[in-house]
Design a protein around this ligand. Structure first.
Ligand code: NAD
Ligand code: TYD
Length: 352
């Protein structure tokens, strides 16, 4: 079996659902169920014996030791993290606890387990660490896109904590020979994304007739990767990646934030009861330290494995908007009191 961490969050849950639909290999899923983790994301697997869910922390070494000894996974896929830049600005400590110390604890428990395996199992073992393009820092408009060789220059507490975890993964390969793989993906979007991130937040606010808060001048650029394409790339890296290597994964879809928001308004205008969603766009005070541009050069994964994203930004966004329109129950469940508190905290300060 494979051992997934953070598999009740956005990308992790999509990965587990896709994995069990396409690869008939059981999954052990460890997730702390923070505000971002939601068992409802995994409800199609409620009666599936191939999915074993454990609520727990990647920083709990004893629990990790027990799970590794009991289930003897052949691979780890580490999604567990605090993942939202704005939250890392308001409260960085949890980012250090989970992303740095938690990843260290996971790596070290896995190393101890791995080093006791028979040679063939040790060689076949993989530790896939899911990181971000944000560790590379911010690009000027004409800079070339991030390559795997681009130097690290993280700018937010979130990206700095992910960079620290990447360095630990690298060191565990270099020093102990742990067979690691690290991926750097761009901004994911798609079903099951918690509505604190740009795309689902804009969909949810638009449907509620609330302002669409665009930071700064709205010209910050992100590359957008449909989550299903990301999961397909991760399966390829896990199967074929060369140990100790890093792989960039991008959607080939650089867009300025304001263009993303206007596209969402247009797509929504076709689906829901017509209204002028565009008039809800509101420019608000910028995020401190806001990175201007991210862009991914995915040549390596394309040439080594033939991976390409199947979705364009337009097709992926249309699927995503439809998913949110069709899942109002899921949205009601995740937009709890804690969510409302976060919105009040973040956007009260952001109002220009
Ligand atoms: P998410 O916030 O939706 O989910 C994170 C999951 O991890 C949640 O289910 C949460 O309960 C769990 N978790 C948090 N702390 C934990 C802990 N200490 N122990 C066990 N579980 C814990 O995040 P996501 O968007 O699904 O991102 C998954 C991974 O991909 C993260 O490592 C993130 O840094 C990386 N990533 C995400 C994006 C993106 O656009 N969403 C882009 C690049 C990289
Ligand atoms: P986000 O989804 O938080 O991802 P990241 O910061 O990791 O790239 O934000 C994507 C972009 O959208 C980023 O440039 C910040 C911007 N943004 C807004 O303009 N308004 C918002 O309310 C949010 C959440 C993000």
């Amino acid at each position: 079996m494979i051992f997934v961490t953070g598999g009740a969050g956005f990308i992790g849950a999509n990965f587990v659902l896709d994995w069990l639909a396409q690869v008939d290999e059981p999954v052990l899923n460890l997730d702390k169920l923070t505000y971002a983790g939601n068992l409802g994301n995994l409800s199609p697997l409620r009666n599936d014996p191939r999915h074993v869910f454990v609520r727990g922390d990647i920083g709990d070494r004893k629990l990790l030791q027990r799970l590794l000894a009991l289930h003897r996974p052949r691979a780890i896929v580490n999604f567990a993290a605090e993942s939202h830049v704005d939250r890392s600005i308001h409260g960085p400590a949890e980012f250090i606890d989970t992303n740095v110390v938690g990843t260290f604890t996971l790596l070290d428990a896995v190393r101890a387990h791995w080093s006791e395996l028979a040679l063939a199992e040790r060689e076949a073992f993989r530790f896939l660490h899911v990181s971000t393009d944000e560790v590379y820092g911010s690009l000027a408009p004409d800079d070339p896109a991030f390559k795997e060789s681009t130097g690290y220059a993280p700018n937010s507490p979130y990206s700095a904590s992910k960079a620290a975890s990447d360095h630990l993964v690298r060191a565990y390969h270099h020093t102990y020979g742990l067979p690691t793989l690290t991926t750097h993906c761009s901004n994911n979007y798609g079903p099951l994304q918690f509505p604190e991130k740009l795309i689902p937040l804009m969909i949810v606010n638009a449907l509620a007739g609330k302002p669409l808060p665009v930071y700064g001048d709205g010209r910050n650029v992100r590359d957008w990767l449909y989550v299903g394409d990301h999961c397909a790339a991760l399966r390829m890296v896990l199967a074929k990646g060369r140990v100790g290597q890093t792989y960039n994964i991008g959607g080939n879809a650089e867009r300025a934030n304001i263009d993303v928001v206007q596209t969402i308004c247009r797509v929504l205008g076709k689906h829901a009861a017509a209204r002028d969603y565009g008039s809800l766009v509101t420019f608000v005070q910028d995020r401190p330290g806001h990175d201007r541009r991210y862009a991914i050069d995915a040549t390596k994964i394309r040439t080594e494995f033939g991976w390409l994203p199947a979705e364009t930004f337009e097709s992926g966004l249309a699927r995503t908007v439809k998913w949110y329109l069709d899942h109002s129950e899921w949205l009601r469940a995740v937009t709890s009191k804690e969510y409302q508190n976060w919105i009040s905290l973040n956007y009260a300060e952001a109002e220009a």
